[in-house]
Design a protein around this ligand. Structure first.
Ligand SMILES: [Fe+2]
Ligand SMILES: [Fe+2]
Length: 193
């Protein structure tokens, strides 16, 4: 794993200010969750720190990456390019010496989720939402779940964000629906019923 000083130096080429503070906070929360749920702490820290590296890309930098990697965007992705910052972040990290597939996957999937998420994917998704600087209504409940059960916490997080998206008349990415259904069928129903 690339050492943390190098990770931070790389990150600071792309983001600063409150986005950087949020990233440091996600790193800390991801470390805590990794310890609690027996995941690789160094990988959780790296993915947490670097997850939003592509969030502030300019439109032209974003388009250059999309072209370089021949990404085919759906109409939904065209209309909401911020949905892609996970995917683009993973590509930037892979170009800059981050080789861990687990770290790249957690960065890629932190925005929309995906079918059958790995433990590290789940930890980074959740850490992004519940880091101490977050203060949306319902975050306390999510922190409560996160301290008890990773799948339940993730399920409740996805449910809350799906409801938020629907209430604001926005489209839902199919990957998020896949993630929600997978969790419900394979983890939640099994535990509750
Ligand atoms: Fe993000
Ligand atoms: Fe984030």
């Amino acid at each position: 794993m690339m050492d943390r000083d190098k990770q931070l130096k790389l990150l600071k080429k792309y983001i600063s200010g409150s986005r950087l503070k949020h990233s440091l906070s996600v790193e800390k929360t991801a470390i805590k969750l990794a310890k609690k749920y027996n995941a690789d702490v160094d990988k959780a820290a790296a993915a947490g720190l670097l997850h939003d590296i592509a969030k502030d890309l300019s439109k032209s930098d974003r388009n250059a990456l999309i072209k370089k990697y021949h990404l085919e965007l759906t109409p939904l992705e065209e209309s909401a390019p911020e949905l892609l910052h996970g995917k683009l972040g993973a590509l930037i990290l892979a170009e800059n010496g981050i080789t861990s597939k687990k770290v790249l996957s957690a960065v890629e999937n932190h925005t929309m989720g995906t079918d059958n998420m790995s433990k590290l994917d789940k930890i980074v998704y959740l850490a992004d939402l519940i880091e101490p600087k977050r203060n949306f209504s319902g975050v306390k409940k999510l922190r409560f779940y996160a301290a008890r059960d990773l799948d339940v916490a993730l399920f409740e997080s996805m449910k809350a964000s799906l409801l938020r998206v629907i209430k604001s008349d926005k489209a839902i990415h199919p990957k998020t629906i896949d993630a929600y259904n997978h969790l419900l069928i394979n983890h939640i129903n099994v535990k509750l019923f």
